[in-house]
Design a protein around this ligand. Sequence first.
Ligand code: MN
Length: 260
Amino acid sequence: MAPSRKKLGSLRILVSNDDGIHAPGLKLLTRIAQSLSDDVWVVAPETEQSAASHSLTVRTPLRMRKLGPRKFAVDGTPTDCVLLGVLHLLKDHQPDLVLSGINNGSNLAEDIAHSGTVAAASMGAALGLPSIAFSQTISVGETTRWATAEKFAPDLIRKLMAAEWQRDSLVNVNFPDKPASAVKDIVVTHQGRRRRREIVTESVDPFGRPYYWMGSPRNDQATDEDSDISVVSRGAVSVTPLRLDLTQEKMLSSMRKVLG
Ligand code: MN
């Protein structure tokens, strides 16, 4: 995979997301991609699929609706969209780059496991394509600062395409909830971990049956300073290289001893 040999202007870019085909973040990312290339394709879910993670629709058929010459909506998940886009729609001329987002809200630390935005990029990586997930951090009750993502994303994509990519890898980018002019740096980070775990609230519905509600107030205090979460909360752009291989190398030998 050597995308840097190609001019960005001739790259075929596939854009997807998990907030759905009508999301403002998708429109923005499409516009950004079009500023870099004349060959931009959009395949995105009909409806919001946030937290859909890697789910793949296999028990029911998928419908693809053409909305424009290079714009399609799929009644499935982000993973479905990238699969259909790469393996069907663009099978004769595969994309050189997959962009996902821009998600309305951050995808940091533990979020990465649930994120549909990251999952779309993971699917691109699994198909052997350089893939980047973008998220714009928001604060509760505030409007999304799309201008921050808009300012930094084009140059970031250009630079990332010039970087050396490993197989089965993707990049997770999070923009901070700061005005663009207040954002000073872009920091390469690792996936962080929040201090607090999700909370389960138990209550009783009007019919006397118990119900459970998962979630906790956002707490973006991380356990370590170089992590995605720390860097975004101090107002910088976080760029994290991720890999698909989840093997815990440090446990291989001890586990082999126990099971051997
Ligand atoms: Mn989302």
